[in-house]
Design a protein around this ligand. Structure first.
Ligand SMILES: NC(=O)c1ccc[n+]([C@@H]2O[C@H](COP(=O)([O-])OP(=O)(O)OC[C@H]3O[C@@H](n4cnc5c(N)ncnc54)[C@H](OP(=O)(O)O)[C@@H]3O)[C@@H](O)[C@H]2O)c1
Length: 358
């Protein structure tokens, strides 16, 4: 049988689309009525959702600033006046990205698969001696086909997408406490309910040795992102720090670089059919990081700039699983975590410690 290029694109795109739609069966997205509606939608861009927002005097950290959604998030937050720390595994790439956007930015090296690197990144940010107003945990990894990779005995997606960011949040927590109103924004994905294992987080098999594919592992790590945000929302209740997670949309970025040639091709076709631009893809991150409407909103999951509840499947609101995830994450990363305590406000003026020490 011969198959022409057009048919191939169509079939590949339809196959992927079919999986996405099948995986979605029975799942509903309901608006959260207690969170103010944004007034934006899937077509809104990051610039549009931050129109009129003045971020001068605020520090934002954006992980994975060198391409895709992270680059656009850094560009727009800097355009609105924030001082942005942008990270990459390569300091050179972070420098190039920072140099290419208007505004005040600082490049810092960060490899989320290497916990020493995460600690060094946090130290570099702490050495700026300023409160952290926005921490956008954006960097992400997807791919590898069926070649399961482990880091310290734990599956690679889970380590990079969840545990690395978990340590970074912990080590910047004291700086977040110093901000007038700090926001942790975790860029998750709707694969958290579409592609994650049916049982949710695989606490007894974090190496994913029983059943593995890169999409299952990616969904697993993204469910960890959502549950981590849910639990941090709970723990941080009553503080001035909020934590929310989000799905940015389906966007053609560099995220497919580690997929097989076929999957990359199919993904490209799917994005053409149903995707957003990068400018639209960064909108929910920028909105959740900056909107006045969300000052006290925490532990929520957002799509297209609005908080939604996912019903009919998955573990998106599973508080017991979220609590267990946090405890497990603490055990797995204990050697890199720091104890932090709420600052003694008498030592600070306008958020800055009087003697300007760490
Ligand atoms: N694109 C989509 O359709 C989509 C859909 C749902 C969710 N997301 C999520 O959106 C976020 C951004 O993805 P994107 O689509 O913009 O992908 P991208 O273009 O591949 O950007 C990913 C960023 O993460 C950084 N990164 C990759 N591996 C890293 C590691 N081990 N340590 C530290 N940084 C690392 C990369 O920087 P360097 O290579 O320079 O280190 C890059 O800047 C990810 O969390 C992704 O899961 C994307």
């Amino acid at each position: 049988m011969t198959i022409d290029r057009r048919q191939f694109i169509g079939n590949a795109g339809l196959a992927l689309l079919g999986t996405q739609m099948a995986a979605c069966g029975g799942v509903d997205r309901l608006p959260v009525t207690t969170v103010p509606q944004s007034g934006f939608d899937e077509d809104s861009t990051a610039e549009e959702v931050t129109e009129g927002v003045d971020l001068s005097g605020k520090l934002a950290v954006v992980t994975g600033c060198t391409s895709g959604i992270g680059y656009e998030t850094m560009r727009v937050l800097a355009k609105r006046g924030a001082y942005v720390v942008g990270t990459s595994r390569s300091l050179k790439r972070a420098e190039d990205a920072c140099r290419s956007v208007a505004g005040v930015t600082t490049p810092v090296q960060l490899d989320l698969s290497d916990f020493d690197s995460v600690a060094e990144c946090a130290d570099a940010i702490r050495s700026l001696n300023t409160p952290v107003d926005m921490l956008v945990c954006n960097a992400g990894y997807r791919g590898g086909g069926n070649d399961r990779q482990l880091i310290n005995g734990v599956e690679k997606h889970f380590v990079i997408n969840h545990l690395g960011h978990f340590i970074l949040i912990n080590r910047l927590m004291e700086r977040l406490y110093l901000a007038w109103q700090a926001r942790i924004v975790i860029v998750a994905s709707r694969t958290a309910y579409r592609d994650a294992p049916e049982d949710g987080i695989l606490f007894d098999d974090l190496a994913m040795s029983r059943d593995y594919s890169d999409s299952l592992a990616y969904g697993h790590s993204k469910l960890a992102n959502v549950l981590c945000s849910l639990q941090l929302g709970e723990i941080l209740r009553g503080t001035r720090i909020t934590c929310n997670s989000l799905h940015p949309g389906v966007i053609k970025t560099e995220l497919d670089r580690n997929l097989s040639a076929f999957s990359r091709f199919a993904w490209g076709a799917y994005v053409k059919l149903a995707g957003k631009s990068v400018e639209q893809g960064a909108a929910t991150s920028c909105y959740v990081a900056t909107s006045d409407k969300l000052g006290t909103t925490s532990g929520r999951y957002f799509e297209d700039c609005d908080a939604v509840t996912i019903t009919g499947g998955g573990h998106m609101q599973n508080q017991a699983m979220a609590e267990r995830l946090l405890n497990t994450s603490i055990e797995l990363t204990a050697d890199w975590l720091v104890e932090f305590k709420k600052p003694n406000w008498d030592e600070f003026e306008n958020g800055i410690r009087g003697d300007r020490t760490n």
